[in-house]
Design a binder for this molecule. Structure first.
Ligand SMILES: [Ca+2]
Ligand SMILES: [Ca+2]
Ligand SMILES: [Ca+2]
Length: 320
């Protein structure tokens, strides 16, 4: 219940919560107050992993963090999903609400080594019934948090749900999506939300999903305003470049910074801190260094083209 409460925008909508499936050993789940893009609502959020949640905020010193938490392939779920968690959250739809929406991001150690392979750890969100099956491929007909191709969110996701290294900044994971949201239409009464994460193919190279702000909404046109599928949660189209003017950021696969996107809701947006660059323009900043402080949303440069991101931002911009 505590885990579910941490994920909910309005705890009064929670009736009950239970694990339909949960690994028998280890510490796969937890609650945090600040990591990566989260929380997006309130002071806490929930983390589900296919391994050890306690390492989620550790320095990323390993490309292969792995915990076999003893979760077997489960009856009815195919033969390739291990260390499975399915959390069932029973919710009461507030009067008039017609849409259920949640914020999430997916993180994985499988990235980038196993992109395109059978080690396709996944996050799945379903309403009222949980029917996914993981065999050679993953079938999830009730998943409402799918990518642009209709597939589960995983290291293989494409488009806006694609992963990169920098999105995982501040975590122990090697790659992450941007901050995403997904929605599904709801009727009056009570509903079960199922959120699942698992390793596919083996127990190792763990993955995680951070979930927050599970909320009911009332929208005028559910068909257009409450469409299923994962989308970037963004109030501002793009873009920002904290750090040094002209700086660029590379990972092992090329320039990653221009593809970074996120929202900036408030001056306390933790993401800003996480993504600051050190003065060399390349390294992540050290959050413990008192010389570095938060860049506020008003410092953000917006741009329509990725290359413009690197122009015009220098130390004359008010950074404190
Ligand atoms: Ca595992
Ligand atoms: Ca790692
Ligand atoms: Ca894995």
């Amino acid at each position: 219940m505590t885990l579910a409460q941490a994920m909910l925008a309005d705890p009064s909508t929670l009736i009950s919560a239970r694990f339909v499936a949960v690994p028998p050993s280890g510490t796969p789940h937890g609650i945090s107050d600040a990591l990566s893009f989260f929380p997006t609502h309130g002071t806490t959020f929930g983390i589900l992993t296919s391994g050890n949640v306690l390492i989620a905020d550790d320095t990323n010193t390993s490309g292969a963090s792995s915990s076999n938490v003893g979760g077997p392939a489960l009856p009815g779920r195919g033969n390739s999903a291990f260390d499975v968690t399915t959390l069932e959250i029973n919710l009461a739809t507030p009067a008039g609400a017609n849409c259920l929406r949640l914020d999430f991001a997916f993180y994985s150690e499988e990235f980038p080594e196993y992109v395109g392979s059978v080690f396709n750890d996944a996050f799945i969100a379903e309403l009222d019934r949980s029917t996914w099956v993981a065999g050679f491929t993953i079938q999830a007909p009730d998943n409402f948090a799918f990518d642009q191709d209709g597939n589960v969110i995983s290291i293989n996701s494409t488009g806006v749900t694609g992963m990169n290294e920098i999105n995982a900044s501040g975590t122990t994971y090697d790659g992450a999506t941007v901050l995403l949201q997904a929605a599904t239409q709801v009727t009056a009464g009570t509903h079960n939300l199922y959120i699942s994460i698992f390793d596919q193919g083996d127990h190792i190279y763990d993955s995680a999903v951070f979930v927050d702000n599970i909320r009911f909404e009332t929208v005028a046109n559910p068909d257009t305003q409450c469409r299923p599928g994962a989308e970037q949660k963004a109030k501002v189209p793009l873009i920002f470049i904290p750090g040094v003017g002209g700086s660029r950021l590379f990972n092992d696969y090329g320039e990653v910074w221009p593809r970074m996107q996120d929202i900036f809701d408030s001056d306390s947006d933790e993401f800003l801190k996480v993504l600051r660059l050190a003065p060399d323009g390349i390294s992540p900043f050290d959050p413990n260094d008192p010389a570095y402080t938060t860049i506020r949303p008003s410092d953000i440069i917006r741009s329509e083209t990725v290359y413009d991101v690197f122009l015009g931002f220098d130390y004359t911009v008010d950074i404190w």
